[in-house]
Design a protein around this ligand. Sequence first.
Ligand code: AHM
Ligand code: MG
Length: 332
Amino acid sequence: MPRLSLTHHLIRCEREHGLDPNLRLLLETVARACKTISHAVGKGALGGVLGSLGTTNVQGETQKKLDVIANEILVEANEWGGYLAAMASEEMNAPHGIPVAYPRGNYLLLFDPLDGSSNVDVNVSIGTIFSVLPAPKGREPVETDFLQPGTRQVCAGYAVYGPQTVLVLSVGHGVQVFTLDRDTGSFILTQENVRIPADTKEFAINMSNMRHWAPPVKRYIDECLAGKEGPRGKDFNMRWIASMVADVHRIMSRGGIFMYPWDKREPDKPGKLRLMYEANPMSYLVEQAGGAATNGTQRILEIVPKKLHERVSVILGSKNEVDYVSALHRRA
Ligand code: AHM
Ligand code: MG
């Protein structure tokens, strides 16, 4: 494969698919911010960036130093570019408008600046997840303008900060993977048109929550654990990294099913993961790669959001496996 940079790839998308040049510039800005976050993450203890801040975010979760650093990097990089009307983040209570002195654009950017941050201090892969939506025309956006279903996304992506830093992106024409060349500082296209195999023998779920699951989820995992002798007639393997970005990236690479379903620990919450900047962008990417994403009863991308920080039950990955779990929900 010729060594194509992110910029070259996006220019090709302008030519072949009519990609808006402003969206290309926005994505280049996000990619630059991810590169900066990757450097900060990579310094670890040497950069004094590990540990917690002693503060909590809007969801009541303890903020790690790197959660806040990553958030600031993304906000600062995108504030003055002129491609955005506003942004929203897991780490900010309310949307962040573009300061009046700066030019504004036609897009809304949502992100989880550092996903899987419980893994930061133990040197396990973490990442950034982002989603781009159209902004309202001719006026300043307000919070309700963000509440668009995932089908409205014009782009979604994630970066994984692991043994390699990779950026995985879709602008609606399949999924492409870019690897950060640490020598030159460029993201280079290393995989085109990722396809998730429809069948799998690998599941990812936090098994410690088993006693809290709803019956269809319990039944599905029981069947997987029964292996060859059970109703599925095959042995399953399990992986749980506890960084959604890393678990989803494994599924992008070799298939599998990822589940963070509703459970009765906090029955009023639909799930742990957030719809707008975790589930929606990941569901968009998974579908673009031929996989499926559901909350058990509804396609995630069709959920009409009611709140910026809304939570959702997530079941995504290899299509036939996700469809099987949906069928178990219908039968329940
Ligand atoms: P975060 O955005 O605060 O890091 O939380 C989301 C993470 C996901 O990356 C991961 O799938 C999940 O939380 C792990 O949860 P658990 O601690 O139950 O294993
Ligand atoms: Mg997260």
